[in-house]
Design a binder for this molecule. Structure first.
Ligand SMILES: Cc1ncc(COP(=O)(O)O)c(C=O)c1O
Length: 451
């Protein structure tokens, strides 16, 4: 039985919350007008009654994070978690970068306070992140044409921009590569933005369907928003070549599309910050207005610190000022102020030449280990099953490899071989030690031969 609060006079508890929903016993911090109302109030605090939210559906676990949960439950020694995109050392340990530890020491020594940041974030971080993206001394930053807002890593930055699109570009459709990082759909859908696929992956070649992609983007209504992975496409690991990026830029200009880059792996993919930022820099150099979401989860290993930014690179400073004011308004209602700790780390690392150099070396080290396991996996597969062409593993870049395994084969990988991966056939090479590459190759071979 439910009681409407309108019928009951409630005394607030010391915490300020009405006690009806929270008290486990009918202590009645409630002054009721009649015996009948007292009975009704007692029924309302009886926790054994069915919840008013009993109609809420159970949401299935997130497909990526659910893999880790299943992995934890498996007690077999052979188990391998290739589901989650987080860098591990050869011993499968999480890696805290030395430059992060050094920056944290600097922060402790300088006794920084923990007061709120401005809504737009830490000024030093915002400057550093725009420079890192576009390159030092870019005309757009010099001319104040870039609106940069520090936000909650890549996800939060994308979400702020999605809210902006919903508010200021109503009716625009966002085009997502098929496939894409699973959360893109949630982010735009939850912000009330319509999204559609453009073709990207060609299963026959385990490569890029460039013709299909161009056809779909050409067919999209003028002025559509196109989400592009700046580098190291997730989940496929397949990036366009520079010539293909150039053709994509031509098409975006021709169709007046708004390119929106998601840069979650700058420096981590190739080991070079400049090479990995080539595509958004190229689009900006063609005079296009672009949106860019940045994340420091992977390249600085700041996964849990939530460090990132949303940048609007625009044609003039006045537009950038207005957009900035609206981004702040959106962030204010979503979370008010971004977290300070990781932003300080990132700005210290970027602004101190000795730490910046060391960061580049550490990124090269991390991306180098991943390149090495690509070689190992390709080598073992070619040895075990030379009838097939496994070169796609070497051609893909970044943390992930799309194996081309289908859903059923992925299930066999997990149920029979204790290898945990997402059901789209993606494996995270960042979670693969060289010592396990042969085991993985044998499991993949078993799946393609027998299942
Ligand atoms: C393509 C892509 N964009 C954005 C993100 C956002 O990550 P985070 O919110 O941790 O920065 C990820 C993380 O896996 C990603 O792969």
């Amino acid at each position: 039985m439910r009681v409407s609060m309108d019928n009951v006079t409630c005394k607030p508890t010391p915490s300020g919350r009405a006690s009806l929903l929270h008290a486990s016993k009918p202590v009645l911090p409630v002054r009721c007008r009649s015996a009948r109302l007292r009975t009704l109030a007692a029924a309302a605090v009886d926790t054994k009654q069915q919840s008013r939210l009993a109609f809420v559906d159970l949401q299935p676990p997130d497909p990526i994070l659910g893999v880790s949960e299943a992995f934890k439950r498996d007690t077999n020694d052979l188990k391998l978690n290739l589901g989650v995109g987080a860098y591990r050392t050869e011993d499968l340990k999480p890696y805290v970068l030395n430059v992060v530890k050094k920056a944290e020491k600097i922060m402790i020594d300088s006794e920084e306070n923990k007061e709120y940041l401005p809504i737009q974030g830490l000024e030093a971080f915002n400057k550093a992140t725009a420079d890192l993206l576009l390159g030092q001394g870019h005309a757009a930053t010099k001319e104040n044409r870039v609106a940069t807002l520090q936000s909650l890593s890549g996800t939060g930055s994308l979400r702020v921009a999605a809210e902006f699109i919903a508010k200021f570009l109503p009716g625009k459709t966002v085009y997502l590569s098929n496939p894409t990082w699973g959360n893109h759909k949630n982010i735009f859908a939850d912000a009330g933005v319509e999204w559609k696929w453009y073709r990207y992956y060609e299963p026959k070649t385990v490569g890029l369907d460039f013709e299909g992609m161009m056809e779909d983007l050409r067919g999209a209504p003028e002025g559509s928003v196109v989400i592009l992975h700046g580098c190291a496409h997730n989940p496929t690991g397949i990036d366009p070549t520079r010539e293909q990026w150039e053709q994509m830029a031509d098409l975006c200009i021709e169709k007046n599309h708004l390119p929106f880059f998601d840069v979650a792996y700058q420096g981590f993919a190739s080991g070079s910050l400049d090479d990995d930022a080539w595509a958004p820099r190229y689009f900006a150099s063609r005079g296009m207005e672009i949106i860019v979401a940045q994340s420091y989860s992977k390249n600085l290993g700041l996964y849990a610190e939530r460090v990132g930014a949303i940048n609007f690179v625009l044609s003039d400073a006045e537009a950038a000022k207005r957009v900035m004011s609206q981004l702040k308004r959106i962030a204010r209602a979503l979370y008010s102020n971004p977290p300070v700790h990781g932003a300080r780390i990132a700005s210290i690392v970027v602004s101190r030449p000795e730490l910046f150099k060391e960061w580049n070396e550490e990124m090269e080290y991390m991306s180098g280990r991943i390149k090495q396991v690509r070689q190992d996996l390709n080598g073992h597969l070619t040895k075990i099953n030379g009838d097939r062409d496994w070169s796609f593993i070497l051609n893909q870049v970044g943390m992930f490899s799309f194996t081309g395994l289908n859903k059923e084969q992925c299930k066999v990988m997990t149920d029979k071989h204790h290898i945990y991966m997402t059901s789209d056939g993606r494996i995270s090479l960042a979670g693969l030690p060289s010592s396990k590459a042969e085991y993985l190759a044998k499991a993949i071979d078993d799946c393609v031969r027998n299942h």
